[in-house]
Design a protein around this ligand. Structure first.
Ligand code: B12
Length: 318
């Protein structure tokens, strides 16, 4: 839906609410509501927060601050704590949701809004497609798995996400170099955001690493609605030594940018996760840095080739 349509719907709802007396407009359009104030653990640190203001005709203003910003996320919400500085230190020491306070037996509104904001981030990551511009940047053509019913079916039928459809097999056969040393494949998985956040950094490092090790780098491509097990189909079609699948991980609440590199030596029908390795939690600022992860997966690929094994067999061989 475009912004104009959305604004028209909001205005119509506001008009109806006003007509029903459910909302009180400000006395004049120059009137503005008082800036919201966030109560932190000690009254001395009470800070006014810049509201996200959306003004609609008729003088009604929505002025909630965005709850997912770092400064709002990591602040204690306990009213009158015994040890305010201790609580501050505790909250600063973890990303876990602690010191969230309560309103009677319920969450405070700020906590609830943060949950909802984080949940929205997760939903966006799951349901949005990877930006086509990014795929174009790396000349990644797109093929699909056997999922035909969109993201909903993708979520409900992991088995379909592990199999390429017939058209995909035809396209891959037509476009991809076979019997290469390293085949890189990108998949949306459970977070398109993760691919968008990390591919630009990680992909060139892998490519360079493979080429400077004098290994052949296969024709890379993108798989929509992909699950990890789709590596087997890729292995069967291209017959590479190693498949590296860069794929979005299941997002956590508010954390959607984490990508994994699943890898397998000569993947084939019937291979399981015991035959694979994974470099996980790839993201900047706190995870495995994507540049380092790129170099790391090339090293693992070399080990796989050296020992002609991956997964548990590779661990036993080392
Ligand atoms: C969901 C999940 C699982 C689920 C997978 C079920 C499913 N069908 O989705 C379950 C609970 C079964 C699971 C089990 C294990 N998991 Co797990 N899992 C995850 C989680 C939370 C998300 C993975 C994801 O998003 N994958 C992407 C989507 C698109 O993949 P998918 O095709 O839907 O699902 C496949 C993968 O998730 C894969 N998978 C899941 N875990 C692991 C672990 C390894 C080593 C491998 C090779 C594959 C693998 O199995 C699924 C079926 O093929 C990650 C956390 C993370 N940060 O990634 C940990 C994570 C990947 N798991 C981990 C581990 C250690 C395991 C176990 C070995 C734990 C154990 N000791 O038994 C087992 C082994 C699993 C196996 N399949 O053989 C570690 C891997 C660490 C590492 N670098 O080796 C992670 C990173 C968690 C962590 N931080 O410790 N896991």
């Amino acid at each position: 839906m475009d912004d104009a349509k959305l604004a028209a719907i909001v205005e119509a709802v506001v008009r109806e609410l006003k007509a029903a007396g459910a909302v009180k407009p400000f006395a004049s359009s120059s009137d503005t509501p008082p800036a919201p104030v966030l109560q932190t653990s000690s009254p001395a640190s009470t800070v006014p927060i810049k509201p996200h203001t959306a003004a609609f005709s008729g003088g009604l203003t929505i002025d909630l601050p965005d709850p997912v910003t770092p400064e709002l996320r990591y602040r204690p919400l306990v009213k009158n704590p015994k040890d305010a500085s201790g609580l501050n230190a505790l909250v600063a020491s973890t990303t876990a949701r602690i010191g969230v306070g309560r309103a009677g037996p319920r969450y405070s509104t700020a906590s609830l809004l943060l949950f909802q904001g984080d949940h929205a981030v997760t939903q966006d990551a799951l349901y949005r497609d990877v930006d086509q511009k990014l795929l174009n940047e790396f000349n990644l053509f797109t093929v699909e798995t056997k999922v035909t019913g969109g993201k909903q079916e993708y979520l409900l039928r992991p088995d379909l996400g592990r199999l390429l459809n017939d058209e995909a097999k035809r396209i891959i056969n037509e476009k991809c170099q076979k019997n290469v040393n390293i085949q890189v494949v990108v998949g949306d998985g459970l977070s398109s955001q993760a691919v968008e956040s990390n591919l630009r950094q990680m992909f060139p490092v892998i490519k360079q690493g493979v080429q400077s090790a004098n290994l052949t780098f296969g024709t890379p491509f993108f798989i929509k609605h992909a699950r990890v097990g789709v590596m087997n189909d890729v292995g069967e079609l291209i017959k590479p030594d190693v498949v590296i699948l860069l794929i979005g991980e299941r997002p956590g609440l508010g954390r959607a940018e984490s990508m994994s590199a699943y890898m397998g030596y000569k993947p084939k029908y019937g291979d399981t996760d015991a035959d694979r390795d994974v470099v996980c939690n790839i993201f900047e600022n706190g995870g495995t840095n994507p540049l380092e992860a790129g170099a790391f997966v090339v090293q693992i690929a070399q080990k796989m080739r050296q020992h002609q094994a991956s997964g548990v067999k590779l661990k036993m061989a080392k």
